[in-house]
Design a protein around this ligand. Structure first.
Ligand code: APR
Length: 412
């Protein structure tokens, strides 16, 4: 890491008092961060991200006024927007979450240009870890090594029963979500929930374990597309070393209102000047950073190749789903045909068995004494039906006896 340049910035803390301050970045711009990367000072980069990196993929973020998800949940009739991700609300009323899950379900969106910064940094052996708040799994779809990824708020990757914690088969859960049904545990019938971290739940152990170590080693923090409103994720920006430069790429400033938070306007006169901000869309900011580091062509190529791969995967999935639907339809038709056939067969056999019954009765009348029970129950057609059923049942049972192989029966 470059030795921080000390500048004698005469900052007047109070009247007459002056202080030496340390300047890590030339200025608070993305250009000064690119300079740091190009001169080899950043070898352990951590990227923190939020919903703002996925809006370009078509997934709403949460808090953008008017367009954010939390402004678009009236249809669920929630007491407050975040209730849709609140564990105690979910236990009483899982329906809103599952209706929303159908809209958010991974597999319908593609990673954005910004997402591909992660595998690019990993390829250059510069990425220490990517910490995301997003549950859309788009980081995974870039091919990023999952060891380099921490999904702080979980994801749809797995699901489990909230009663017995039994892991549930994801295709079972996915099928229910797509059908608009609520999946229940096959073991205890409890409610099943994708392992997304709801409000009121602990973050995954992986988050705490890795953050403990990673942020101490970090020598450049890049924060993308987040309002930094949600604890404890937002406080990660304060856990990097005091001389670690930090860059925010976001539509608006964020993370300034916490102790050791960002200070883009030198409001807090920190002894170290190390914060930079790019105000604008993530894809623009990331493209600018890549251009400044001479990585733009490489990043564009990864993005395009990824899109081709995604298009193929989507086509394959569509074909698989269509084939499954066709097989399911065929099964339904075959079952219906078989039921129809056995019904028809039953009808056919009835006249046959009925005819037999009438012959037996006629024959008995003529030659023999009609057995009491038969005489009484043969007065009408319905009764003949009843006898028919009984005979059919007998006939079926006797035919079974004939076909059952004898003890020592050997095939001829
Ligand atoms: N480019 C840059 N910034 C963007 C873009 C974009 N294309 N789209 C949105 N933004 C910005 C918004 O202006 C906002 O500042 O991204 C930020 C998104 O903030 P939120 O909607 O609050 O999302 P996030 O920070 O990820 O929320 C954190 O809150 O409800 C919980 O669990 C949920 O993980 C989520 C957490």
């Amino acid at each position: 890491m470059a030795a921080p340049r000390v500048v004698n910035a005469r900052a007047t803390r109070s009247k007459g008092e002056s202080a030496t301050r340390t300047r890590i970045l030339k200025d608070g711009t993305i250009e000064s961060v690119a300079e740091l990367i190009k001169n080899g000072s950043a070898k352990n980069i951590i990227v923190m991200s939020g919903a703002g990196i996925s809006t370009a993929a078509g997934i709403k973020d949460f808090r953008s006024p008017g367009t954010g998800l939390y402004d678009d949940l009236e249809r669920f009739n929630l007491p407050y927007p975040e209730a849709v991700f609140d564990i105690s609300f979910f236990k009483d009323n899982p329906d809103p979450f599952y209706r929303l899950a159908k809209e958010l379900l991974p597999g319908r969106y593609r990673p954005t240009f910004t997402h591909y910064l992660l595998p690019l940094l990993a390829k250059k052996d510069l990425l220490l870890r990517s910490y995301t708040q997003n549950i859309d799994m788009l980081e995974r779809l870039t091919g990023l090594d999952e060891d380099l990824l921490v999904e702080a708020h979980g994801s749809f990757a797995t699901s489990e029963c909230i009663e017995c914690n039994e892991l549930c088969d994801n295709s079972y859960v996915r099928k229910h979500i797509l059908k608009g049904e609520i999946p229940h545990c096959k073991e205890c019938k409890g409610l099943v929930k994708p392992t997304i971290t709801f409000f009121g739940e602990q973050l995954p152990d992986r988050f705490g374990t890795l953050a403990q170590v990673d942020f101490k080693k970090c020598d450049l923090l890049i924060v993308l597309g987040t309002s930094l409103q949600v604890e404890p994720f937002n406080r990660l920006i304060t856990r990097v070393p005091a001389t670690c430069p930090r860059l925010l790429i976001n539509r608006e400033k964020a993370g300034e209102d916490m102790h050791l938070g960002f200070d883009f306007d030198d409001k807090w006169k920190y002894p170290v000047l190390r914060d930079a901000v790019f105000l604008g869309n993530c894809d623009e900011g990331v493209r600018q950073l890549a251009k400044l580091c001479d990585w733009e062509g490489e990043l564009q190529a990864m993005f395009e190749a990824g899109n081709i791969e995604m298009a193929l995967a989507e086509e394959l999935e569509a074909m698989t789903l269509a084939k499954e639907a066709e097989e399911e339809q065929k099964e339904i038709e075959e079952r219906a045909k078989a039921e129809q056939e056995s019904e028809d067969k039953g009808e056919e056999e009835k006249p046959h068995v009925k005819k037999d019954t009438e012959n037996i009765l006629k024959d008995t009348h003529e030659n023999h004494q009609v057995p009491k029970n038969l005489e009484e129950s043969s007065s009408s057609d319905d009764d003949v039906d009843a006898i028919t059923d009984r005979l059919q049942a007998t006939e079926i049972s006797s035919s079974k006896k004939d076909s059952a192989p004898a003890k020592d029966d050997k095939p001829s």
